[in-house]
Design a protein around this ligand. Sequence first.
Ligand code: HEM
Length: 581
Amino acid sequence: MSLSSMSMLMPSVGIWEYFDFARVGMIKTTQAIDSAINSMKIFQSHNPELVATTTSPHFFGVAIALVSCLLVAPIPEARTIEVLFGYAILNFVYLGSFLMTQSELPVIIEYWLLPNLTYLATCVILTLIRRVFISPLRNFPGPASASISNHWMAKELGAGTFSKTVRDLHRRYGAAVVRTGPNEVSVNDAEAIVKIYSGKYQRGSFYEGGKLRGQAAIRETRSQYHHTIWRRIWDKAFTPGELKHYAAQTENATSKLVNSLKKKSGEEVDCTKAMDEFALDLAAQLTYGEDAGIQDGTGIETHLESIKKYLSWLGYYATLRNISELLSYTRDPAVLTTYCSNSESLLINRQRNHPDSHDITSHLLLEDEESRRKFQVPLQLAANTNLSLLMGTAVGTTLSQTFKTLSKNKKIQEKLHKELESHIKKGGDLSTESIKPLPYLSAIITESLRLHNPFTTGVHAAIGEDGLDMGSYRLPPHTQVYVPTLTLMTDEKYFENAEEYIPERWTEKEEMVKDKRAYVPFGYGIHACAGKQLAINELKLVVARVVAGFEIEGEDDEEVEWKDYGMVRVGEWKGRFKSRK
Ligand code: HEM
C-alpha cells in the first residue's frame, strides 16, 4: 500500500486502533516465533547435520530477502520512503514480539539481529545479480560500475565531467546506446529524438532532485497535467510583443557592457566573469524588473558562486534518486538554502518595491485562462522565477565561449565585422530588430549553440510501459533515457568536421550539416526551451555590438576549465577587447 493511500485511511481509523493492530500483531508474531523456535530446537535435536542450512536464522533472512526483492524489483521507481517504512514496521512488530517473550541477549542476536544482517546482505547481492546478469539493459555496453550503481553517474555529474565521459564512451564502443546506470541509457541517435521527447513519455526521475524547497518549477515537473498548464502561463511571457519589450532592456544592458569594455580597451579582461555577471544582471532585470547589482558591486557578491555550487551539488544528488528523495524529508542543506535565498531576495524586493513592474514575473503571476489555475505564491512562484534567472545565466556561458573562439579565428571575426559594417553603411543600426536578418551573424550564433551549448547532458525521460522499439535496438519498459546533446552535436555522422567551429555550415556549406535533426540546442518537444527567441536575441545583440566595436584577442593555447553539472560552467578566460578606430 502506498504512503498516500495509507494516509487516506488515517481520518477514518482512530490512532488507538492502530496501536491495537500493532499489539495484536505482536501477540500473534510472538506465538509464531515461540513455536518456530521450539520446532527448530526439536528439528535440531533430530537432524543435527541439517541445522546449518535449513533451520539457521540466516535461512530466514535469505528467504525473506528473496520474497521482498521479487515483490519490489518489478515496481518502476519504487518509493524509497515506502520501502523503508514497510521494512521498519515489519521489524518493529518482529522485534517487539521478541522482546515480549525473550530477554536473553544471545537469543535476540541470533534470531533478530543475524537474520536482519543476512536479509540486508542478501538484498544487496540479489540486486547486484539482477542489475548485472538479469537486467534487460545488460547487453548494452557501458562501464561495469555504472551497471551496478547510479553512483558512477552521480560522481561524473558532480565533478562536471559527465558529458565528455559519455561522448568518449559512445566513441569508444562505437554504439548508439550506452548503459550509464543500472536502469539508465544514453541514446546517441537523432532518429530517437522525436520518439522520446514528443510528449508521450514522462520526464525522467532525474528531475525530482531539482525541486526547490519542495517545489518543482516548469522544467522539473514530471506531471504532464501541470506542465501543460504551466507552459501556457510561461509562453505568455515570450510573445512577440513581450520580446520587443525585453529587447529594449537588453539593448540598454548591452550598451553598459560595451562602455565598460571600452574603458578597459586593450587590457586583459576575465571575459568569463564579465559575461557571467552581465548575463546574471540582465536575467534579473528581465525576470524581476531590476538588475542583480552584480556588475556595479551592489548585489550579492557570491551569487554566481552559489549557482555553481548548487549545480554541482544538484548534479550529484539528482542522480541518486533514493538519496534525493530522502533528503526532501530533511532540512535543506546550506548550499541549497543559499542558492534559493539569493534569488528569493530579488523576488521579495520586486514584490515590495515595484510590484507593478512589467517583467517575466508579471506573467508568472497571472492565471492560465483555460484552467483558471496559477502558480501558488510564494513557493511555486519562487521556484519558477528562480528558473528564469538560472536559464538566463546560460547566455553568459555561451557568450564567453564564443568570444574565446572568435579570438582564435580572426577570419571569422573579420567576416562578421564586414557584414556589420556594410549593414550600418546601408543605414541599418545595431538594434535587436535591425540585425535579425544578417546571415553570417545568425550562422555564428547557430554554430556557437552547437559547439558551445550550455546544456550538454541531455534531457532525461522515462520510457513508458510498452518500451520503445527503434528497429536496430529496443529500450525496455521504464528505462530512464537521455539523448546526450554534446555527443550528438559533435558526431561526424551528423556534422562534417564536427569538432570545428565553422559558421559557414549554416550558410554556403550546407553539405557540412548531414542531418539537421541532430541540431537540438534548445531541446525538443513539449519541454523545449520557452525562452529560445529571447536567448537568440540576446546572443546576437551582444556578439554584434562587441565585434562591431572591438578586435578580440586572447592566448591561443589557453586551456579553459569546462564543467558540465547538467548546465555548463566555464572557468576564467583572459581576453583583450581592443576598441576599433
Ligand atoms: C543560450 C541560452 C539557452 C539555451 C541553450 C537553452 C536551452 C534550453 C534547453 C535545452 C531546455 C530543455 C532543458 C530540459 O528539459 O532539461 C530549456 C528549457 C527551458 N528554458 Fe532555456 N535555454 C537558454 C536560455 C533561456 C532563457 C534566457 C530563458 C528565459 C527565461 C529560458 C527559459 C527556459 C524554460 C522556462 C525552460 C523549461 C521549459 C519547459 O520545461 O517547458 N531559457 N532551455
